[in-house]
Design a protein around this ligand. Structure first.
Ligand code: ASP
Ligand code: MG
Length: 808
């Protein structure tokens, strides 16, 4: 399709289409005006309107009336209703003008009917909406003009005439910022009024979107999303926030009312986005109909990550349909007939030499006449059917149960293709059966609730990365940020926009343990707490958090190093509630040391020794120290560079390394306590006491000890390293943390100043150990490591995504 675009000035236009229910009364008009006022003021606004409420139905009844008297009564009733609408919507002055116009239009109806100009009559509804809304917007100070789409929109044999339409449109528009355009109506190439079929305003909107090269077309309706089934009938219907273009087309072809059959075609292959939103819940982001990037090549090159849209499951119904059978060589397609009838015509999978088409029973005779005119012979099965179509979303369990259920309801025909299954029944399904069927056939997309505690350096980085991860997993699982907590405040809301977490937290409340536990308990599973706090107190909440059904991901080292009894409580809670605790970042930050140990063990290896350098601070100090200056000067330098704890003696004490060795020991299933690990501090005895000044005055003790150790090591060609080591030889556990001399060819000798190194000796890696080396601290690598844990959890969840409950 070739779209002739209008002038450059519309390059950033938006199109907003409002359906009849969004314009049903004065309040709805006000709500629509509110929505429009909130749009980006830099962009031109094109608004497409349907007739108010049920006006089109009323006009169709007037057209269908066989007696003049009945027609006049209906006309008078409509006039009264629409006059009241205008009066309630506008101030008296503005109303008078619109009412006068309305009276003129309605007064011309009898003549139009006499001349069979039915489409001029039908146009009244949309013309009134456009005029009324433009007056409302003018009263609010917006520079607005109303446009009759018949003044520019041209269709030739049901196909848009882009060139003529674009030329007419650019001749019409001036500098107004808002144009309110009638939906549903247009003209053919002979200049006659035509309509675009019931609910055709959606199609008007996308035609206009293509004409003005809109950035976005938003279809404002009365539902906040495209649902898996009619939400009025199926309470559990899923509101999808994204639907693929291809599935939306299929839905439209099946006559699903959410999108008119032709809505998508003008935008296919363009960069214009299509959204479905509710004018009743404008705060809700709605549903995006997403073109895969192969359909929009110009966009693919602009965006880095190609968009993946999951295939969703849908159930859609069509009542009062009938079957036409044609020979497969007939020179017409179902789509052509659908265009002619302006009704859905569904091509069922071919049966032998025959084509089988399903179409609304009301237009069967019209269809036969039309086909006869083309010399095409069709056989009409006059039975009226109720059709139920299921758009599949990949492999789904429980179809047997669904088929059984439908057999009980008396299925007469069944047609299956790889993407759809259509059943024909004699009568509509009762709502309970429809709900049961929905349970069998529609897989809820799993949602993982993510609760983030701790918003310091690493926490903020983790949240900054979360948005991209949401996108990455979007096709399979929704990652929902359900709380952000720091030591003072908590934002407890299951719909926090990741980009907006700071504001959500600022608006948060002070929290206490009970509140938090109750909130976590109430969150739907699956759910995970990501603990990025340094808090021991927070780690003691883990058993309660686990009992509330959460998995836990910790960067917080406190939990994994609690005294054995408390640690075991956590382990028991995990076993009891079958939850997981991922702690890869508690030792070596993002370096996957715990994960590697787990993998070796689960693959059948046995670990003999884990040793290495677990402190980036001590690693730096010992790499830098060359005996040229006192050791304490290096300590000062590291402190100033932010490489140490606030009091560097906390690093020099070796306690941090001792804790990390405990983490690894516990990872290997050993029941060790901190005191079981022999610790030889780097700091000579006594210096750990007292103030920093006191220490500083005695620093010579440290400097002398280090100088001597350094000289001894150097004399034998060795270097000093602060080494943690865990040995498991012959069932005997040895755990030590001490300063060691290692030869220059040792795995621990050649390292970058802040590196952590983990040397694993195992049954498989015995002579030449497995070595993991790299930065063992830092904002980005730690946040990244937390996301690696989260991704691991997600992969497990996707693999075992909860199946719908079996039928009762
Ligand atoms: N007013 C027309 C109808 O009711 C067109 C529309 O609503 O989109 O079908
Ligand atoms: Mg409508």
């Amino acid at each position: 399709m070739q779209v002739q675009l209008t002038t450059q000035q519309h390059a950033t236009a938006q199109v907003h289409k409002f359906g009849g229910s969004s314009l049903a009364n004065a309040q709805r008009f006000a709500a629509v005006a509110d929505i429009l006022q909130q749009q980006n003021h830099q962009q031109a606004l094109w608004v497409v309107v349907s007739a108010p409420g049920d006006t089109t139905d009323a006009l169709l009844n007037i057209i269908a009336a066989t007696e003049t008297q009945a027609r006049d009564v209906a006309l008078a009733a409509l006039q009264a209703e629409l006059t009241a609408l205008v009066q309630q919507t506008l101030t008296a002055d503005g109303a008078a003008l619109v009412i006068e116009q309305l009276q003129q239009w309605l007064a011309a109806v009898p003549d139009a009917l006499a001349e069979q100009q039915h489409n001029d009559v039908l146009a009244i509804g949309e013309r009134l909406s456009a005029l009324l809304l433009s007056e409302v917007l003018k009263q609010r100070g917006l520079n607005t003009a109303a446009l009759d789409a018949r003044d520019f929109l041209r269709l030739k044999q049901h196909q848009p005439d882009w060139t003529a339409s674009a030329a007419l449109l650019s001749g019409l528009t001036q500098a107004e910022r808002v144009h309110v355009v009638t939906g549903y109506i247009a003209r053919d190439d002979k200049g006659r009024s035509i309509t675009l079929g019931r609910n055709g305003s959606d199609y008007s909107a996308t035609l206009l979107g293509a004409l003005v090269n809109a950035a976005e077309v938003t279809i404002w309706t009365d539902v906040k999303a495209i649902y898996s089934a009619d939400p009025r009938k199926v309470k559990a219907a899923l509101p999808y926030s994204q639907v693929s273009w291809q599935q939306a087309c299929q839905l439209a072809q099946l006559g699903n009312p959410v999108l008119h059959a032709r809505t998508l075609s003008p935008l296919t292959g363009t960069a214009t986005a299509l959204l479905v939103r509710s004018s009743y819940q404008p705060q809700h982001a709605g549903c995006k109909v997403v073109q895969q990037d192969n359909a929009a090549p110009e966009r693919a090159s602009q965006e880095k990550a190609p968009q993946q849209v999951a295939q969703q499951g849908f159930i859609t119904e069509l009542d009062n349909v009938t079957l036409l059978t044609l020979h497969r060589d007939s020179s017409i397609s179902a789509a052509q007939l659908a265009l002619e009838l302006q009704q859905p015509v569904i091509a069922l999978p071919q049966q032998g030499d025959n084509l089988c088409w399903l179409l609304p029973a009301v237009c069967a005779e019209q269809a036969l006449d039309y086909l006869a005119g083309l010399n095409i012979h069709a056989v009409w099965d006059t039975q009226r059917y109720y059709a139920l179509a299921w758009l599949k979303a990949g492999a789904v369990a429980h179809t047997d149960t669904a088929e059984q259920l439908l057999q009980q309801q008396g299925v007469l025909h069944r047609y299956e293709s790889t993407q759809q299954l259509i059943w024909l029944l004699a009568k509509p399904l009762p709502e309970t059966a429809l709900e049961q069927l929905h349970r069998c056939l529609i897989q809820p997309q799993p949602v993982l609730q993510v609760v983030v505690a701790g918003t310091g350096n690493v926490g903020a980085e983790f949240l900054a990365m979360l948005g991209a991860q949401q996108q990455r997993f979007d096709a399979k699982l929704k990652l929902n940020l359900a709380a952000v907590i720091n030591s003072r405040h908590a934002a407890l809301s299951d719909s926090i926009a990741v980009s907006n977490w700071q504001a959500a937290l600022a608006a948060g409340v002070a929290w206490n343990t009970e509140q938090l536990a109750a909130y976590l308990q109430a969150l739907p599973a699956p759910k995970v707490l990501v603990d990025i706090t340094p808090s021991r107190e927070f780690a003691t909440l883990y058993p309660a958090v686990i009992a509330a059904g959460c998995d836990i991901i910790s960067a917080n080292k406190q939990g994994v190093t609690l005294p054995g009894a408390e640690y075991q409580q956590i382990k028991h809670a995990l076993a009891q509630h079958q939850r997981q605790w991922l702690t890869n970042t508690t030792c070596g930050a993002g370096i996957p040391v715990q994960r590697t140990l787990q993998e070796l063990l689960s693959a059948g290896d046995s670990i003999d020794e884990v040793s290495g350098i677990f402190s980036g601070t001590l690693s730096w100090l010992l790499c830098q120290y060359d005996g040229s200056k006192p050791f304490s000067e290096f300590v000062l330098q590291a402190q100033q560079a932010g490489l140490t704890e606030p009091d560097p003696r906390d690093d020099l004490s070796g306690k941090d390394v001792q804790r990390k060795l405990l983490v690894l020991a516990r990872e290997l299933g050993l029941t060790l306590e901190l005191d079981d690990i022999a610790l030889q501090p780097l700091l000579p005895a006594g210096l750990e006491q007292g103030s920093w000044q006191q220490f500083w005055s005695q620093r010579a003790t440290l400097d002398e000890a280090m100088a001597q150790l350094f000289a001894t090591a150097k004399a034998t060609g060795k270097v000093l390293r602060y080494v943690a080591s865990l040995t498991l030889a012959q069932g005997k556990v040895g755990a030590t943390v001490a300063l060691q001399q290692v030869s220059v060819d040792h795995a621990l000798a050649a390292i970058a100043p802040c590196d952590n190194v983990f040397v694993i000796r195992s049954g498989w890696y015995c002579d030449n150990p497995l070595v993991l080396k790299g930065p063992g601290a830092g904002r980005v690598v730690t946040a990244g490591g937390l996301h690696a844990d989260l991704a691991q959890l997600i992969h497990q969840l996707i693999g075992t995504a909860t199946l719908p409950a079996p039928l009762t």
